[in-house]
Design a protein. Structure first.
Length: 145
């Protein structure tokens, strides 16, 4: 028993280092190379907003209430898109790893159900960054109380 325990304690730091390395690698691997994000001003995400990104029309919106810890749906319409992912951050704060892959419905609209964590400082200003086939679209928004 002590042999197993001594091997465990000898190998545990190596396991932790491998796990940290994997997280760093995955964070670097998911960063697209499409340059800086296009920023979309969208005063009402529930109504949806549209913009042009690299010559292509893109529409973005949500269904449900924008509240922390309550799931809501993000939708993205972008012609000929193959892969859409969303991340949610706050400026100057680490909000943990939250990468959502949106899936196309039968009409070609990408949809995903997301849940925002609680910010311990009480802030409600979020930045949704959409990776649409390696090109970034940043959408700032504020959650409800």
């Amino acid at each position: 028993m002590t042999t197993i325990r001594s091997h465990f304690f000898r190998l545990a730091p190596l396991g932790i280092l491998l796990l940290v390395g994997l997280v760093v690698y995955l964070n670097q691997a998911r960063k697209p190379e499409g340059g800086p994000p296009v920023v979309m001003d969208c005063p009402d995400l529930a109504a949806g907003c549209s913009t042009r990104m690299h010559g292509q029309a893109v529409s973005v919106g949500v269904q449900g209430e924008l509240k922390v810890l309550q799931p809501f749906q993000v939708w993205v319409r972008a012609a000929d898109a193959h892969k859409v992912q969303a991340t949610f951050t706050m400026e100057g704060m680490d909000m943990g790893f939250n990468l959502y892959t949106l899936h196309a419905d039968k009409n070609g609209v990408f949809r995903g159900r997301v849940t925002l964590p609680v910010c311990i400082s009480g802030r409600r200003d979020w930045l949704m960054t959409l990776d649409i086939d390696g090109r970034l679209l940043a959408v700032p928004f504020v959650t409800e109380l």
